[in-house]
Write a protein that binds this ligand. Structure first.
Ligand SMILES: *[C@@H]1O[C@H](CO)[C@@H](O)[C@H](O)[C@H]1NC(C)=O
Length: 183
């Protein structure tokens, strides 16, 4: 009986710890957010535990959990999505279906994820840490951008060489600043 009570207490405390996260009252869909937070907490702890036990690098485990959430991209009536490579760097190209009389603006977008995670909704994919270290990420993005800026590539996608933006979020913003300076 005593053991059962202790087990019940441990499970209860652990369950509450993982499930309960205080949120502001006015937040939308609090249960959904709580579900995501619970999964994130558990994933981070499993990853940490695996590293402590010497099974795998923390970020490798997190990458594995993230890969379970991959959603395949699909074209729709407005945009055609293509997976291809620029200079051997995997990229995803989004081209509007609507025909344009003039050359289009182009956006070269680099995903975030702390150089470790991510493959991005739009854009270019660089080799990830911890397996690959600086400057692999910079080189990948730079090589992909140089490829995109080639005249024949710009013509293929109907992009105006005078109106190209280089952008990214988080780690991608860091890489965008670096490659833009280099170009
Ligand atoms: C396609 O574009 C039209 C016009 O802007 C819009 O109403 C429609 O929702 C878009 N379709 C999708 C799948 O986003």
């Amino acid at each position: 009986m005593g053991k059962k009570v202790i087990l019940f207490l441990i499970v209860g405390v652990l369950g509450a710890y993982y499930i309960y996260t205080p949120f502001p009252d006015n937040i939308e869909e609090p249960w959904r957010l709580m579900w995501i937070t619970t999964n994130l907490k558990m994933a981070v702890h499993v990853a940490w535990f695996a590293e402590v036990l010497g099974i795998s690098h923390f970020m490798d485990t997190v990458q594995f959990f993230m890969s379970l959430q991959d959603v395949p991209v699909t074209s729709d009536e407005n945009v055609t999505v293509m997976e291809t490579t620029f200079n051997n760097v995997p990229v995803r190209v989004y081209v509007p279906n609507r025909k344009s009389e003039i050359l289009r603006r182009g956006l070269f977008y680099i995903h975030g994820g702390g150089w470790c995670l991510g493959d991005a909704g739009m854009c270019s994919f660089y080799r990830l840490a911890p397996k690959y270290h600086f400057p692999s990420q910079f080189e990948d993005v730079y090589n992909a951008l140089r490829w995109f800026l080639r005249q024949d590539v710009l013509e293929k996608y109907g992009v105006d060489p005078e109106r190209i933006g280089v952008s990214g979020d988080s780690a991608g913003g860091n890489l965008a600043a670096a490659v833009a300076q280099q170009v």
